[in-house]
Design a protein. Sequence first.
Length: 868
Amino acid sequence: MCHSSTTAIVPGRQLLPTNVKPTHYDLTLEPKFDTFKFNGDITISLDVKSSSDFISLNTLELELLETKLVTDKGEFKPIEVKYDDDDQSSTFKFEDEVLKTGESVKLSIKFIGELNDKMAGFYRSTYQEDGETKYLATTQMEPTDCRRAFPCFDEPNLKATYDISLIADKKLTCLSNMDVIDTIEVDETTKKVVFNTTPLMSTYLVAFIVGELEYIESDYKFRDIPVRVYTTKGYTEGGKMSVELAAKALEYYEKVFDIPYPLPKMDMVGIHDFSAGAMENWGLITYRMVDLLFDENKSTLATKLRVSEVVAHELAHQWFGNICTMDFWDSLWLNESFATYMSWKCCNHFEKDWKVWENFVGDSLQSALTLDGLRSSHPIEVPVKRADEINQIFDAISYEKGSSVLRMLANWLGEDVFIKGVSNYLKTHSYGNATTEDLWISLTEVSGKDVKSTMKVWTTQVGYPLVTVNEVKDSKITVEQHRYLTTGDVKPEDDTAIYPIFLGLKTDKGLDESIVFNERAIDLPYEDFFKINGNSNGVYRVCYEPERWQKLGSSASKLSVEDRIGLVADAGALSVSGYSKTTNLLSLVSGWKTETSFFVWDEIITRISSLRAAWLFEDEKTRNALKSLTGNLVSERCHSSGWIFDKDENFLDQRLKALLFGAAASSGDLKVLASIEKMFAEYISGNKDAIHPNLRATVFNSIASKGGQLQYKALLNIYENPQSIDEKITALRALGRFENIDILNDVLESLLIGKVRPQDIYIPMQGMRAHKLGVETLYSWMTLNWDKIYKLLPPGLSMLGSVVQVCTSGFTTMDKYEEIEEFFKGKNTTGFNQGLAQSLETIKSKSNWVTRDSKDVEKWLIDNGYLK
Ligand code: BES
Ligand code: ZN
């Protein structure tokens, strides 16, 4: 293994002092399931960078027992140990001048930690097996919880090698990043499992697991490297799809990056309690159960797509992030955007039929533009000053905007050139760290284009441009760029950046991608047919004059699927912000009933649903009219394609059927509702095949929304005894759909008393967010139970922000805006301040939207026969 380049320490990009640099950790841990503690013994080898008398490293909720420092001059005990709560660091002070520049020393610490239930650090996961409660010990270090598992220099650019050993009962499986070199008997019942030395790596990627586990190995052979899925008893078969994809994806990435996978094995483990979706620990990827397991007969296509995405994403990190790591968290996008971009490239390679890049325009690009349309968004490269700020930046900017910017860049450079540059970048910084600047350098070298100055604006500025198009017929087209804000209230100080915009001009002559529009405004020659942002390759929105919208609406055949998705999305977003009328959107989509693409339909339905969500608190007549509008758009098509699925049917045709069925149900389509009743009745009377998995969410949600205690019991029963993990989650989400206050209160009550795993508590809340009573009930529950919620989901971990967001963002009026603001006034919002600000701004934009356009929408609904 080659551990060539180490990283220079850049002062100011670390939160810890830089007087020493760790090179190697020798760590032994012994979890105790009877007391939920663990014993630890660590020796850290350090290079002394500057003479001093102290060492600071990170610890959190660790009890330090004995510390000694071994130097050339002998052994030293610290004369003082100081803990800094704010920095989560322990500082050992020694006698004067113990540490001399250029020396290598060893710091040994014995310690005790808590095998906590917070899904952070070295923690316990609890599950039931054959009526018995069982425990598994596992880790989640990213971003800054390694310090809960052992004392460490918890910074991404302080890479070191690790020798890890685990002490545990002989019947338990012990896993870590590396393969096992030795298993030593400690006593009759206990063993010590010793793992091979890791490559140079960051603390946040260290992992170890102790538990009763089973595994399956891939049939597909990836060199001679075993690729396995581990689960607790009885779940391994569900890992079949993931394990085969993983073996193939490793081979794929090896080829694409031209860098071999450096470890001797790849284990992927399903964990019952897991805060994120999955974690890319080097050689030992951990997953939430739903994001790893797939059952060909019982799971949905959406699950198939999600599981493939997650697996492909975490494997991409084995190169992006693990071999080459961002220098500091302010460049998190280098990890997450690349893993996201590469995961789609990988899925596209293996599953052409899924048309994942079309999917990307409707999903990733839109979530990026949605979040980044808020003033409370942040640039892709975002300053981070404190550890507790880091969790919040794992958001749509770091994942979706970043990957959208990469897609735009790859399109500009050509995908092959882009990948070549990326491969060079990875090779140059292997086993080290890199900055965005380093990436631009590699891409500039390989492409000969000025990548840095073109891309810098995109990664350092918050927001994105709106390109406004004005036409002088037969003469010219003027395009002008200004900042886009969802609230529509751009001020001069918001609008200082000029973006290099890849204009992508689509005309009857084809797509001209040569124009980089880098000024406030330019003129283009007039064209009878044209569209800006061809194939939606750019990260911006376009606003046309009303006649042009109409022309584009009737030119669907000249536009690609990506174009059509982009047009619907832009029309939708521009009506929210007031740059164009909502009726523009309504006219556009009303003309597209013959659309054939699943993704375009998905975008149409999403935009109409956002309209319905913004009108949630408006009068019932208008809301019903919007419902019939949905029905008018989808019912006919839904009836004609039906809702029977054939296994051999094209992936997207199946997804379209499921989508139309769901939309028809939400519009109150009688035929669909009758069939839902029938399926559900058959299902609960014992025919488990009565509901096709692809229809399950619609059936459960619809039954719940009209249901009472009987249906509640039935859905609870499905939640407790599911046929598959994704069915369990679907039932849980549907519990929030009951429009019955007693049931909703009961559901909310169950979240705080451990009936629902803390990792899942936001799921029924998502169901509640979908209806008026739910939105109101959810918010009053949150305000009444704030202290309990805060205790259950401490802000240093990642979930509180999402909970605050689901509990507040469903409202649509300024009264509620003020009420929410008032509630949080004087409370410490560290760890969720961004989520809260984004939620408030979303409410404001909905309120503005309704106030501005409700009359217009009403008139359109009357003119088009939906409202009397
Ligand atoms: N590195 C993240 C996991 C993570 C997220 C750790 C937040 C700490 C805080 C992982 O690679 C990841 O991105 N997981 C995603 C799934 C992915 C397919 C987008 C997740 O957890 O949802
Ligand atoms: Zn990731």
